[in-house]
Design a protein around this ligand. Structure first.
Ligand code: G
Ligand code: G
Ligand code: NA
Ligand code: MN
Length: 256
């Protein structure tokens, strides 16, 4: 209950920062994209993890505003990095959009007005949407996703494989990629089944011409297995943990 009030204040006072975590294209070991991840800098409690406050923000309807704060900050940061030549012209960025955004008629005008006048556009942006959200049958979700696709945004399914339901949405919506949930990678060493599941997910994604990102790769062994299985895009602590913008800038300059 205390946290509820504080989250409302946090939105009003914009107590949010963005952390950056690269997604590496292992063909050529270049950075494919960078995911932006929200951090709540609480004035007394310090940093609060999104796992703690995102569910609450969704419940309170504050997630719309938080996502939009994060999106704006991320766009402004990437615009700066582009201008300074710190990131290459084809390097993208990934942002998380909560389900509630897809159910709104003002999401497209919001996205477009935010990038308007900046050195970035829809082709630079990957929108990450959690799998479970795509299961709801909604005309507005369909309309928004189709329009995002037509404008040049990419749409990736986040936490892929955890929605325990029909995969029919992959045919129904314009989806460009999936992010295999890190629970599959965590079980890779102990479980032959996990490896075979990942193998079949990648085969399916290839057949549907979807890009595949694997999240949560922490060890060289996991990277080797994922490479052997044909996963091209890798994200995880093996490369780096989520970084501040200053750290990220150093990382980009030092990476090929
Ligand atoms: O960065 P971290 O692993 O702590 O993130 C935990 C969860 O919070 C992840 O599931 C991630 O998708 C989600 N998350 C991070 N940033 C954002 C954001 O800006 N908006 C939304 N809706 N979710 C986010
Ligand atoms: O659900 P989503 O994919 O948006 O979550 C991203 C979250 O996963 C971030 O909070 C990030 O900190 C976390 N993450 C990224 N790479 C790794 C990793 O290699 N190991 C673990 N444990 N978490 C990771
Ligand atoms: Na995400
Ligand atoms: Mn993600």
């Amino acid at each position: 209950i205390e946290l509820e009030g504080e989250l409302t204040i946090a939105v009003r006072e914009q107590q949010f920062r963005v952390a950056f975590e690269p997604i590496v294209d292992i063909h050529g070991s270049a950075i494919f994209s960078v995911e932006s991840l929200v951090r709540w800098m609480h004035p007394e409690k310090g940093m609060i993890s999104p796992n703690t406050f995102i569910p609450l923000a969704e419940e309170l309807g504050l997630i719309i505003e938080i996502d939009r704060i994060v999106f704006k900050k991320t766009c402004q940061q990437f615009h700066q990095w582009r201008e300074k030549g710190i990131i290459s012209p084809n390097q993208k960025f990934n942002v998380n959009l909560s389900c509630a955004q897809l159910q709104r008629s003002d999401i497209i005008p919001f996205l477009l007005s935010t990038v308007d006048g900046l050195d970035i556009g829809p082709h630079d942006i990957v929108l990450e949407i959690t799998e479970s959200y795509l299961l709801a049958d909604s005309g507005l979700v369909m309309k928004n996703l189709n329009e995002m696709n037509q404008l040049g945004f990419s749409i990736f399914v986040d936490d892929f494989g955890t929605g325990y339901s029909s995969l029919s949405y992959l045919a129904k919506y314009p989806i460009h990629g999936i992010k295999i949930d890190r629970s599959f990678v965590r079980d890779l060493e102990k479980s032959v089944e996990s490896k075979e599941l990942i193998r079949s997910i990648i085969a399916m994604a290839d057949a549907l011409k979807l890009k595949v990102v694997t999240e949560g790769v922490e060890t060289v062994e996991q990277l080797q297995v994922m490479t052997e299985l044909g996963c091209r895009y890798i994200q995880g602590f093996l490369f780096t943990r989520p970084m501040t913008s200053t750290q990220a800038q150093t990382f980009f300059v030092d990476s090929p």
